[in-house]
Design a protein around this ligand. Sequence first.
Ligand code: SF4
Ligand code: SF4
Ligand code: FES
Length: 259
Amino acid sequence: MIAQNKPEKYKVKIKRQDGPSQPAYYQTFEVPYRPGQNIISVLQYVAANPTTTDGKETSSPVWDSGCLEEVCGACSMVINGLVRQSCSTLVDEMLPEGNTITIEPMTKFPVVRDLFVDRQRMFENLKKVKGWVPIDGTHDLGEGPQESQADQEFRYALSRCMTCGCCLEACPQFEKDNEFIGPQAIAQAVYFNMHETGKHLKNERLDALMGKGGLNDCGNAQNCVRVCPKGVPLTEAIARLGRQITVHAVKEFFMGSKG
Ligand code: SF4
Ligand code: SF4
Ligand code: FES
């Protein structure tokens, strides 16, 4: 939705935190309206003009970003109460919700400073599910097996994940201090399990996801899929992984096999 009556200026309320164990506080800044502004450019304006609406000179807010085109996943923030990418969220979309835009860091990751959070847990979770294709050399192995169109399309949708953390921020089961691995790592396990070479590690991925903090901790609330900026089919991935785990568990039970 585009702002109908564009204001000359609007307010931005930013949640600040000077360090990981420091108390959080809010500061409000006034920003001149420009058409087509994204939230990152608002933060850039505030960083260059760090004076609050009550005239206090303060430090420039700190945030994380990289690509500025919704690819790197670094710039996730809670904007007007909903987790989104600050590079692709436009001021015009946020202003109809009032004349103040509120920007806060994600709550499910430790704050490094201000809006900059530490997303390392996501990368550790990718290691737990062996989120890679194992290769044993660079020699030419020839063409790989043919893949159906449907599988290609599903894998492409999963490959769009940019480890931004929005799904984890929205997931009621994923908390700062629990062990749930979350929908992003589950979807990447499915992605690599479908790859012809990646599937060599399928059993190890399933073993990891059968344990504590694995698939069983998902409550199927489906909040994750609603907020994913890349449209990753998370709930379909969760359902597929559930089926893979069931087959894997039955095989292990009857054959004591990992095959
Ligand atoms: S699945 Fe979507 S929301 Fe979750 S980390 Fe990947 S891109 Fe972000
Ligand atoms: S379906 Fe619900 S509980 Fe499961 S990962 Fe998604 S948001 Fe979390
Ligand atoms: S800066 Fe890379 S996704 Fe926003």
